[in-house]
Each structure stands twice: as structure tokens, then as C-alpha cells.
Design a protein around this ligand. Structure first.
Ligand code: M6R
Length: 357
């Protein structure tokens, strides 16, 4: 039930710090070590390549998850949109592990790939919020998101839960492989949960940004580099799905290869700047669009912020910034939809889980 909340989406955005804390609890043993199904650990150790299969928001989580696994656990990862993969299967490595990411566990496009990989006896792991679901039952192993029911069509807490479970899985694999990491996932996730809480207390600022940038906008661009690019894709999906504003996410460096032609006087461009190694270049991209009339909104991370930034995020570990930077984007989408009188929880033409291919 939504209790005092006007919409499930807002309630579910607010639940994110609690979900992260719940995940910390569920995936930690009494000696503060990662607690994970040993079969999942073994499957990760046995594989020479991970194939992540997902749709929509879960696909966006997969893109970030690839970075976790490659950077922390040194395992090559491919991320595929399920609907494309099922008829255009790439060459598969000798020892693949298929990871299906799905909030509902019922997405038909993902299931169709699972049926194919099961037919080839490839090992599979489903990361889902619904352990009794089809994708969970038909895969070899399951990791539970523990996010609680997600009712709003726009996925919010499932995304951050997926990222939290993926980083725990990546660190567990790294440890099992004997890789020394200077990164304690539970401590870093606890910092993330606090940062999320602080952001959820700043709703008025997000509402103002939505009012200022998006009340009359026809379109909106999200730009970022590295992990910020993936979060931009998610921010754009959130905005288009519930506010019907045409929104797209782009890699900052790719704009000048075509998309910059779409920038007009006043076009809102939301830029994320949470990654130290690309801070200089993303700010260059902001200048490029501003010089062509765009109205930039810069969301940066404390420590990388510059004068004139629109909003500064509390600092978290650089790998985990997507869990935090997505929150303003979820809230901006929420308020933009609200201001435009859209049905936030049940946007037109969409279903919570897409059970047809
Ligand atoms: O249940 P799933 O995670 O498999 O769903 C995948 C997508 O249909 C879903 O994430 C969709 O993109 C959301 N409505 C996005 O907010």
C-alpha cells in the first residue's frame, strides 16, 4: 500500500536507502564476510566470460554491472538487450555464464533467451526481485534483490538493488579468485544508503529543477561519460516513460558526431559529472552544447563540483556513484510527470512486466 504517499513511485524512490541496508544485511554473515550461495560463487569462478541479458532498466543496471565485474573481478562481460540476443546470438565463449537481470522475473524477451541457453546447457543465474518467478525457476541459480514489491511501472528501487547485488557478486568473485581489493562493498554501500537518504530529503530542489527545465520542454538530453553515460540512459528512460518528454541519453564524446545538431535555444541538457577521470571532458561537452543554446543542468559529485553546478551529490566511492546519481534523475522524472499531469504510476501504453515478446 502507498500509505501517505501520493504515488507508488515516490514511495519506492524513498525506500531505496532501506533496500540497500536490507541487502547489506542479507548478503553478510556474522563475521562481516560476504554471504552468497557457494554454487553461484563456483559458477562465477568456472566461467571465462559473463553474458548479461536484460531489458529496459535492468539492462541499464547490467551496463554498470559489467564495469563492476571487469574492474573488480577481472572477468570479461558482455551485456545484451534480450530481444536482440534471441535471434542474433553472438559467438559464445567456451565457458559462458549467463546472468539474467529482471525485477519481475517474468519478462518474455529475457525468458526466450533463457530457453535457448538452457537448450545448450549453458549455466545460468537470475538476479531478480521475485524468487518464485519463471526466470528464477528456470535458471540454475538465483540471487534475490530483497527490494520488496515494486508497483510503479517505472522501475526505481529495483535498479539500485540490482547494482548493489551486482557489486557484491563482483567483489565476492574477486575474493574467491584471490584478487586483493582495497574496497569493502558493505562499508561503501552503507555510505551509499546514507547519501541516498540525504538526497531523498532534498525533494524540493528536484521539484524546482523539474519545473525550471522540463515544464514546457519538448525534449531533453542526458549526457555523461563512463558510468555517468549509463546512468544518463536510465535517467532518459525514466523521463520519457512517465512524462512523455522525448529524452535520450548520450555518451558525452559522441554528441559532436551528430546529435549536437538537435540542440536548439533552450534545449535542456542534463549532464552528470561524478567521474574524476572524465570530469574535464564532460565539462567540455557542456560548454559545447551551451555554446549552441542548450540550457545545461549539471549534477556533479562533491569533490568534482565547480562553481555554477546545478546540484551537488554527496560523495560516495567512485564505482558506486550510479546508485546515488540516479536518485535526482528519478525524482526529476517524477516531478516533471507530475507537473505535466501525467499518470505517474501507470504511464500510457506500458505494463509493469512485459510478458509478450
Ligand atoms: O521485470 P524486468 O526487470 O525484466 O523488466 C524489464 C523492463 O521491462 C523494465 O525495466 C522497464 O524498462 C521499466 N518500466 C523501466 O522503468
Amino acid at each position: 500500500e502507498k500509505g501517505t504517499y501520493p504515488h507508488f513511485m515516490l514511495k519506492e524512490i524513498d525506500e531505496q536507502p532501506f533496500v540497500i541496508r536490507k541487502i547489506i544485511q542479507e548478503y553478510q554473515d556474522e563475521h562481516d564476510q560476504i554471504k552468497l550461495d557457494p554454487n553461484v560463487r563456483q559458477a562465477m569462478l568456472n566461467c571465462d566470460r559473463v553474458y548479461i541479458i536484460a531489458c529496459g532498466t535492468s539492462y541499464h543496471a547490467g551496463l554498470v554491472g559489467k564495469q563492476f565485474m571487469e574492474k573488480l573481478a577481472n572477468i570479461p562481460v558482455e551485456v545484451h538487450v534480450a530481444s536482440e540476443f534471441s535471434y542474433n546470438m553472438p559467438l559464445i565463449s567456451e565457458k559462458p555464464l549467463f546472468i539474467y537481470i529482471s525485477q519481475s522475473g517474468e519478462t518474455a524477451d529475457s525468458r526466450s533467451v533463457l530457453v535457448q541457453t538452457n537448450a545448450k546447457d549453458y549455466p545460468s543465474l537470475t538476479i531478480t526481485n521475485a524468487p518464485g518467478s519463471t526466470l528464477s525457476r528456470e535458471a540454475d541459480y538465483t540471487l534475490h534483490l530483497h527490494a520488496g514489491p515494486e508497483i510503479a511501472v517505472a522501475s526505481t528501487k529495483a535498479y539500485t538493488a540490482q547494482l548493489a547485488v551486482l557489486v557484491i557478486l563482483a567483489v565476492d568473485t574477486a575474493q574467491a579468485k584471490g584478487i586483493e581489493l582495497n574496497f569493502n562493498p558493505m562499508q561503501e554501500l552503507a555510505i551509499v544508503a546514507n547519501a541516498m537518504e540525504a538526497l531523498c530529503d532534498q525533494k524540493e530542489e528536484m521539484e524546482k529543477i523539474a519545473a525550471e527545465y522540463l515544464t514546457v520542454a519538448r525534449n531533453c538530453f542526458f549526457i555523461g561519460r563512463s558510468a555517468d553515460f549509463f546512468v544518463g540512459l536510465e535517467g532518459a528512460l525514466k523521463l520519457k516513460e512517465i512524462s512523455y518528454i522525448q529524452a535520450e541519453g548520450f555518451a558525452g564524446g559522441e554528441l559532436k558526431h551528430g546529435t549536437i545538431a538537435l540542440i536548439e535555444e533552450g534545449t535542456p541538457v542534463i549532464a552528470l559529472a561524478t567521474q574524476a577521470n572524465v570530469n574535464y571532458s564532460i565539462r567540455g561537452n557542456v560548454k559545447e552544447v551551451a555554446a549552441r543554446g542548450a540550457y545545461p543542468c549539471i549534477i556533479s559529485m562533491r569533490g568534482l563540483d565547480q562553481e555554477g553546478d546545478t546540484f551537488v551529490l554527496p560523495e560516495v566511492h567512485e564505482l558506486l556513484t550510479p546508485l546515488v546519481s540516479v536518485i535526482p534523475l528519478q525524482l526529476i522524472a517524477y516531478y516533471a510527470a507530475l507537473h505535466r499531469d501525467c499518470d505517474v504510476d501507470k504511464p500510457r501504453n506500458l505494463a509493469k512486466s512485459v510478458t509478450v515478446e
